[in-house]
Design a protein around this ligand. Structure first.
Ligand code: ADP
Ligand code: MG
Length: 285
């Protein structure tokens, strides 16, 4: 451990980036056959994630973010390249990876409490303990009092918070989230983002977040990976050198504004290419 007298304090991401990566994404290429012919959705994406690191991927709609997410999560086959956890190549779902999906994914026949406790039940954790743990995460996402409700009795944003709590409750070593806050209003998004960050820092969870929100990426991340519009490549990786712990207050600082401007600068061209493309095809992705 480093102490104050031995030199300047390093950020967690500085100390760990030299260590063995938890997650390695190496030259991923993936194409699809679509009505418009063969397209390359992802074209040569590579980066590593250090233990406890929080990385966001940002890019316009249709640039291949969910494709990459499904590949890393082991749900999509037929790609070129390699995904490795702790240096070992994986070729399917890995028990150390937890996923939060873009679409709602609660179990309609289970209450909020039983939804969140589900992965703990699978792990064989005794009822009392799994309910206690589930309650803690339900409270964290601001749903205490709703434990006995069914998903159909909740709003879309609340259901998404159930899905987030369920994945967090099983405390995966690697957390993958695909636009998890998309259905939420801006204020809930910022507050919930702050809570997820708090848990992530507590558990030193290696986290890969896919988002199209620039503020969310800057608020939460150690690094932001900016993707190009089709084919999806890494355009730039920006280090977010803001102090931790970060609360939702960081959003109003000058440094925060400078990062947002820099990312938008890179993203603007990609976003307009995406927009022109979807207009030409007469539909949204
Ligand atoms: P994003 O999540 O960044 O919006 P996606 O990864 O969902 O982008 O999609 C990237 C591109 O690949 C899009 O053009 C999309 O239409 C196409 N695509 C994604 N999944 C499939 C699939 N299963 N079959 C055909 N095309 C797909
Ligand atoms: Mg997507």
């Amino acid at each position: 451990m480093m102490t104050g007298s031995e030199g300047p304090k390093l950020r967690a991401s500085d100390t760990v980036r030299s260590a063995q990566p938890v997650l390695t994404i190496k030259h991923i290429v993936m194409g699809f056959n679509t009505r418009e012919g063969a397209i390359k959705a992802v074209d040569g994406i590579s980066f590593d994630m250090a233990p406890g690191e929080f990385v966001s991927i940002i890019g316009p709609s249709g640039c291949g973010k969910s494709t990459l997410f499904n590949i890393v999560g082991g749900l999509l086959r037929g790609y070129d390249g390699e995904v490795a956890v702790g240096g070992e190549q994986i070729s399917g779902p890995h028990p150390g990876i937890g996923m939060v999906f873009q679409e709602e994914s609660t179990f309609p026949w289970r209450t909020v409490l039983d939804n969140v406790a589900f992965p703990l039940e699978i792990q064989g954790i005794a009822k009392e303990e799994r309910y206690a743990r589930a309650r803690r995460f339900i409270q964290m996402v601001g749903l205490d009092g709703f434990e006995k409700r069914f998903p159909s009795e909740l709003s879309g944003g609340m259901r998404q918070r159930v899905a987030i709590a369920r994945t967090l409750a099983f405390q995966p070593k690697i957390l993958l989230m695909d636009e998890p806050f998309g259905a939420l209003d801006e204020q809930t998004r910022l507050l919930l983002g702050g809570k997820v960050l708090q848990i992530q820092q507590e558990l030193m969870q290696t986290t890969l977040l896919i988002t199209h929100s620039i503020t969310e990426a800057v608020q939460l991340s150690d690094r932001v990976v900016i993707m190009t519009y089709r084919p999806g490549k890494v355009k730039r990786i920006i280090d977010i050198d803001l102090p931790r712990p970060r609360t939702s207050e960081v959003v109003s600082s000058d440094a925060f504004g400078r990062y947002v401007a820099a990312i938008w600068n890179d993203l603007r061209d990609e976003a307009s290419r995406g927009m022109t493309d979807s207009e030409a095809r007469g539909r949204e992705d």
